[in-house]
Design a protein around this ligand. Structure first.
Ligand SMILES: [Zn+2]
Ligand SMILES: [Zn+2]
Length: 385
């Protein structure tokens, strides 16, 4: 799902959510040949979603408030509009509704069996609430896409959120819904926005065990982040048996990202993407919708991670050692003023959870807290599965 008009989601100069992150990403995707002609590949240009689609998860009064902000510049801080995180800009409603349309239409194609994999790198606006903007997110395209899947007859959807920040808006939208498993691997809310996503947050009445939260300590590195993903995501997905997998690939967990304190390399995030792809083939007959998300190291991280995501989706995987095309590197130097890496980096060594629990390691303790809290609710053994 891509259109240059998606670059219109722009909170203005100095805001971390700069459209250049998407522009440089699509530049690299094209330079790597990932969208070259292929009978099995289609690029769809989304048009802004109509109100009835937005209202699948948002309150009509909130949609009206976004429109007023968008057309007249009217702030509404009680609804998160006109705040430091979410300043009001002209065309905000259409720009945010276009992102939603990308994820909504992709979900419809997957539900109808017309495609197996789809990707919307502009999507993943996981903080938006039913009645409020939050954390750079105006409309929650991820929640709308999941709602569409359910409305189209899908019985169980798994959502995996790899962003450095807790996927609070999506979790909240399906907190009481046993048909949707939300799994979020993030820097602990004790040290990072939005402050939620604790291992003991498990889902509402009748849906206990369908919210899964891994709250990691600051400075978790790529190898240990992958260990945490490996220890939680595959077992809970296998137990839940989803029919469709939706993944959010916010890449702000990188060490160079200005908005988190994690230290997860591009190649660790690339590896996690290959795992998500593999899980879709193992569990959902390949029915997989991948979304973007946060990510504010706009030249050296975001384009690389999301090219790897697109590469998996289109079955042209970007593997270790693939060079970054010279013309694209020159453009990065021009736009961002510094050098891009020369190539995708080496494979990250993974020390899988099955190799044994280390109680002296703070990442292992965080993982164990999640497994203890949620595994029994899914019929899993916290020690052995
Ligand atoms: Zn595939
Ligand atoms: Zn984030």
């Amino acid at each position: 799902m891509w259109s240059p008009e998606l670059l219109g989601y722009d909170f203005g100069p100095g805001h971390p959510m700069a459209p250049a992150r998407l522009d440089l990403t699509m530049g690299l995707v094209r330079a790597l040949g990932l969208l070259d002609d292929d009978a099995d590949l289609r690029v769809v240009r989304p048009e802004p979603a109509p109100d009835d689609v937005l209202e699948l998860v948002h309150e009509p009064a909130y949609v009206a408030a976004v429109r007023a902000a968008s057309e007249h510049g009217t702030p509404d801080p009680a609804r998160g509009l006109g705040t430091e995180d979410d300043p009001v800009f002209r065309g905000m409603h259409e720009a945010a509704a276009r992102i939603v349309a990308g994820s909504y239409e992709a979900a419809g194609e997957i539900a109808a069996g017309r495609t197996r994999h789809a990707v919307n790198v502009a999507g993943g606006m996981h903080h938006a609430k039913a009645g409020a903007a939050s954390g750079f997110c105006v409309y929650n395209d991820a929640a709308v896409a999941i709602r569409r899947l359910l409305d189209d007859g899908v019985e169980r959807v798994a959502y995996v959120d790899l962003d450095a920040h807790h996927g609070d808006g999506v979790e909240e939208a399906f907190w009481d819904d046993p048909r949707v498993l939300t799994v979020s691997v993030h820097q602990s809310g004790a040290t990072l926005f939005p402050g939620t996503g604790h291992p003991t947050d498990l889902g509402g009445p009748g849906a206990e065990g369908t919210a899964v939260n891994v709250a990691l300590p600051r400075r978790t590195d790529g190898a240990r982040w992958l260990r945490a993903v490996d220890a939680v995501v595959p077992p809970v997905l296998r137990a839940f048996r989803p029919e469709v997998l939706v993944t959010q690939h916010g890449c702000d967990a990188h060490g160079e990202d200005p908005l988190s304190d994690l230290d997860v390399s591009v190649d660790a995030q690339r590896t996690a993407t290959t795992w998500m792809h593999g899980l879709s083939h193992e569990l959902t007959d390949g029915r997989w919708l991948a979304l973007g998300g946060g990510g504010y190291a706009i030249a050296r991280v975001v384009p690389l991670v999301w090219s790897a995501v697109v590469g998996e989706v289109v079955h042209r995987p970007v593997t270790a050692g693939v060079p970054l095309p010279a013309a694209w590197r020159e453009r990065v130097a021009e736009v961002a003023g510094f050098d891009a890496p020369l190539a995708f980096g080496p494979e990250v060594e993974v020390r899988r959870w099955s190799s044994g629990y280390d109680p002296d390691d703070d990442v292992d303790r965080a993982v164990a807290a999640t497994r203890r809290a949620v595994f029994p609710l899914l019929g899993l053994d916290a020690h052995f599965d």
